[in-house]
Design a protein around this ligand. Structure first.
Ligand code: NAD
Length: 419
């Protein structure tokens, strides 16, 4: 799907889900306006000399940070390095973070940011300079109690370490200003795998409730980055059969199941899944339409849309990525009896563990990995049960219940604070 159309769908989708929640909660027009309005949107230009076809050229990159809402705590949200990053998409993802933080009841608001670039086209030195220049311009907005970035598509603990370094030049050593950092700089044990592990824990719970035991469940995962690779590894450890995986270049499939540990080793050496021993190549479009128990989009927005929703043959779609199912596709899937576990619930293990990391930084007291992952699982499953119970009692789908719960909390905080 063309990038422009994808962005439109992503914003429209958010808008539709929000209007439904606003109506359910009977919010006044002024409250709706306030909930939609971003607190601050920042766009910056970052000039950098880059090597292109053997010569050095000056390129001006565009960087963004949208701080959506801080009624319940400091702004919190990922930083994305991807060619498709723009203000509209960042705005939609920042809002989503506000609802996600509220749903899991952590004391954060919502934000999102990024730079429009393909990080694979820059060397590590250039990426470091670019990240530090981005941070220099964003320093006045950031802070342990102001705004706390984290990794997202195309960024990782190393990028967080560069942000920490640049911020600390102005404010002294401040590990709590970013989460998803390397362990050596105050990162949390378990943060790297937290989002994917959380997705897997929710799937195991749903599987048991649907009498589709996780042992032997047939699973398809699109996207094999931080989230996708850890969902696949966690589910494989729980006994699921991963029948297809993919990345940007395409997918691999094996009817009898893929050795996920071998896939991780293969990608570490070859960069892509392509050519993984014991698998057949498959396109990303074909992969999405494979019959399976759990289909897990873990890459970009609008992956399941009006073009392919009627061809999806999964029993459950689990939104490990943010906004991977458009509004129209959401309706089509539900009409066809396919259960959707919404992003603000499924991938909330990321922000939950970011919260644990922030708490450890504030207390200067690290927790061990077992404690982090145990607390993550307990709390995420409690949230799942709240959403499930609300969905049952109001006879609505899980997304509607999750949005109603989250937006109600943000609206209440706004009223109490007298925004
Ligand atoms: P990542 O950059 O680590 O991985 C992205 C993966 O998607 C890569 O394997 C890439 O090759 C693949 N990909 C990119 N374009 C694709 C395409 N067109 N078709 C198929 N595959 C494609 O990113 P990530 O951190 O794993 O994030 C993935 C999703 O999860 C995003 O929507 C992100 O916002 C969301 N998310 C991430 C976190 C986190 O903690 N990292 C937390 C919550 C939500």
């Amino acid at each position: 799907m063309p990038v422009e159309r994808k962005h439109c769908q992503c914003q429209d989708t958010q808008g539709h889900f929000l209007q439904r929640a606003f109506d359910n909660l009977k919010l006044e027009p002024a409250q709706r306006e306030l909930l939609l309005a971003p607190f601050r949107e920042t766009t910056i230009s970052i000039p950098l000399r880059v090597h292109q076809q053997g010569r050095e050229v000056l390129h001006t990159f565009s960087g963004y940070r949208v701080q959506h809402n801080h009624a319940r705590g400091p702004f919190k949200g990922g930083l994305r390095f991807h060619p498709g990053v723009n203000l509209g998409e960042t705005r939609a993802l920042a809002r989503l973070m506000t609802w996600k933080s509220a749903l899991v009841d952590v004391p954060f608001g919502g934000a999102k940011g990024g730079i429009a670039l393909d990080p694979k086209t820059l060397g590590a030195d250039a990426l470091e300079v670019l990240t530090k220049r981005f941070t220099q311009k964003m320093v006045p907005l950031l802070g342990v109690h102001q705004d706390i970035p984290a990794p997202d598509i195309g960024t990782n603990p190393q990028v967080m370490a560069w942000i920490l370094e640049e911020y600390s030049k102005a404010h002294g050593y401040t590990p709590g200003v970013v989460t998803g950092k390397p362990l050596e700089l105050g990162g949390s044990a378990g943060r790297l795998e937290a989002t994917g592990y959380g997705v897997a824990c929710v799937i195991r719970k749903v599987a048991s409730e649907m009498s589709r035991p996780i042992e032997g469940a047939r699973v398809v995962v699109q996207g094999f980055g931080n989230v996708g690779s850890h969902v696949a590894q966690s589910l494989a450890r729980m006994g699921a059969c991963i029948i297809a995986l993919s990345d940007y270049r395409g997918g691999v499939a094996a009817e009898s199941g893929i050795d996920v540990s071998a896939a991780v080793r293969h990608v570490a050496e070859a960069e892509w899944l392509e050519g993984l021993a014991g698998t057949e190549p498959i396109s990303n479009a074909e992969l999405l339409e494979l019959p399976c128990d759990f289909l897990i989009p873990a890459a970009l927005e609008a992956t399941i849309n009006c073009d392919n929703a009627s061809a999806i043959r999964a029993a459950v779609v689990v939104e490990a990525a943010n906004i991977p199912v458009t509004y129209t596709a959401d309706a089509t899937l539900r009409d066809r009896g396919i259960v959707i576990i919404p992003d603000i619930l499924a991938n909330a293990g990321g922000v939950l563990t970011s919260y644990y990391e922030w708490v450890q930084n504030l207390q200067e007291f690290p927790w061990d990995r077992e404690t982090v992952l145990h607390r993550l699982e307990q709390r995420l499953l409690r949230v799942y049960e709240q959403v499930r119970d609300l969905a049952r009692s109001h006879r609505v789908d899980l997304r509607t219940a999750a949005y109603d719960l989250a937006i109600g909390r943000v609206a209440k905080a706004i009223t109490l604070r007298g925004f």
